[in-house]
Design a protein around this ligand. Structure first.
Ligand SMILES: *Cc1c(COP(=O)(O)O)cnc(C)c1O
Length: 432
């Protein structure tokens, strides 16, 4: 898919996905065009039949998007990728591409609140049933969650905001033992810190809105296929990929596009065609600017996250701290295995005094702004129980790993001493 396959991740961040020819633009051009011109109807007909590759309408594909998707594909070590309008669209497409009415999916219970809602309410209404399992589930508990109609397993490398770390190999083993792929939302770790395909995952998704863009500028998503899951071993279970698609003149995706291209081609040809959740080329351009410095920023996010987590741990006004790279954390060993160079910049903790103290503390922060956003160059914070997770009752909050006192602090790339001083002065104002 790209000429940069042999390079290290830092070089792929900067150079991947796009190689200009002689005299062509150095930066990825924004192809701000809804449509593309052809000389004959026959030429265009071949595109519609997926017999020739090319662009015809930006609702399905756009060259700017494809260059940026190719870069992310390269960074994750995949074979095909597509950009979507948001992370929500990416996770919806990733699952709905292989699971529809009457099917079942196993998912980790600590996933992002928006994804939990998508799965447990909206997709359930569409006839897809989900069983939520603890990310800490034993192999036996995991295996017990499968049904004959299970089509996929879903989890997050580092859950937002619960900060549980998924044992990717364990989940991959269970998925593969039941003949289904493992889909991993790798938003928080980014391919800088973890590449789930190297641990057995089959499909990776991203909310590129977070670290990848990194500047709070553009909402977006991405789906990457490893090309490793063999759909043709289960032709009845994955008939959608292994039998002719009548809406595309009888093309069979696995036959025409191979294991490396079938899944993403189907998602583009059917889901993007019908739902149209395409990323604007302008946003793809902004996303690429973020990707160019992702490796440099992630390092600083992780340094600041660890410094802040260590400070919080040492302050007796703090009830508890959760940060997977902090020694003694429940997920420290898993984090060291899957993310030896660092996890992310997000730290969760409870201020003594519970929900009220959390809200009071946050009000007095000066650098960290209260935002629903996370994983941004600027430090921000959120009280999920009163914001992103407010649709959940207390029982669901606990199951999702998001207690009512939890503060999610997303450390940016500012100076760590300044961040700690800001937290100190805000804590000083809270009456315990
Ligand atoms: C934010 C987020 C999403 C949703 O992405 P949007 O771009 O906001 O639609 C999905 N998964 C995770 C882990 C997230 O953090």
């Amino acid at each position: 898919m790209s000429e940069h396959k042999g390079y290290k991740i830092e070089t792929k961040c900067v150079q991947g996905g796009y190689t200009p020819g002689n005299g062509e633009p150095r930066q990825i051009p924004i192809i701000q065009s809804t449509t593309f011109k052809y000389n004959t109807s026959e030429d265009m007909g071949k595109l519609f039949d997926l017999e020739a590759s090319g662009y015809f309408y930006t609702r399905l594909q756009n060259p700017t998007n494809d260059s940026v998707a190719a870069k992310i594909c390269d960074m994750e070590g995949g074979t095909a990728a597509m950009l979507t309008s948001s992370g929500q669209a990416a996770n919806f497409f990733a699952v709905f591409n292989i699971a529809s009415n009457g099917d079942h999916v196993v998912a980790s219970s600590t996933i992002y609140g928006g994804t939990f809602n998508l799965f447990s309410v909206t997709m359930k209404r569409m006839g897809v049933d989900f069983t939520f399992v603890s990310p800490d589930a034993s192999e036996e508990e995991l295996n017990a969650a499968f049904r004959p109609n299970t089509k996929a397993v879903f989890g997050e490398t580092i859950a937002n905001p619960a900060l549980t770390v998924l044992d990717i190999e364990k989940f991959a083993r269970a998925a593969h033992a039941h003949g289904v792929p493992l889909i991993i939302d790798n938003t928080f770790a980014t391919p800088i810190n973890c590449r789930p395909f190297e641990w057995g995952a089959d499909i990776v998704t991203h909310s590129t809105t977070k670290y990848m863009d990194g500047h709070g500028a553009a909402v977006g998503g991405c789906i990457v296929d490893s090309g490793k899951f063999d759909w043709t071993k289960y032709p009845e279970k994955f008939a959608c990929l292994c039998t002719p698609d009548e809406s595309y003149h009888g093309v069979t995706y696995t036959e025409r596009f191979g294991l490396e291209g079938a899944y993403i081609t189907k998602a583009t040809a059917q889901l993007m065609r019908d739902f149209g959740a395409i990323q604007a080329p302008q946003n793809a351009f902004l996303l690429n600017l973020g990707l160019e410095s992702l490796h440099v920023r992630m390092q600083r996010h992780c340094e600041n996250g660890l410094a802040v987590a260590k400070f919080l741990k040492s302050d007796d006004r703090i009830a508890w701290v959760s940060y997977p790279s902090l020694e003694g954390d429940k997920y420290y060993e898993l984090a060291r295995k899957y993310m030896p160079n660092g996890t992310c910049g997000v730290v969760s903790f409870g201020v003594k005094g519970g929900r009220r103290a959390a809200e009071e503390f946050m009000k007095h922060l000066k650098i960290a702004a209260i935002e629903t956003h996370v994983a941004d160059a600027r430090t921000c914070c959120l009280h999920p129980a009163s914001a992103t997770h407010r649709q959940m009752n207390d029982e669901e909050l606990v199951a999702a790993g998001v207690g009512p006192d939890l503060v999610r602090l997303s450390c940016g790339i500012e100076n760590a001493d300044d961040l700690i001083a800001d937290i100190k002065q805000a804590l000083d104002t809270v009456n315990n």
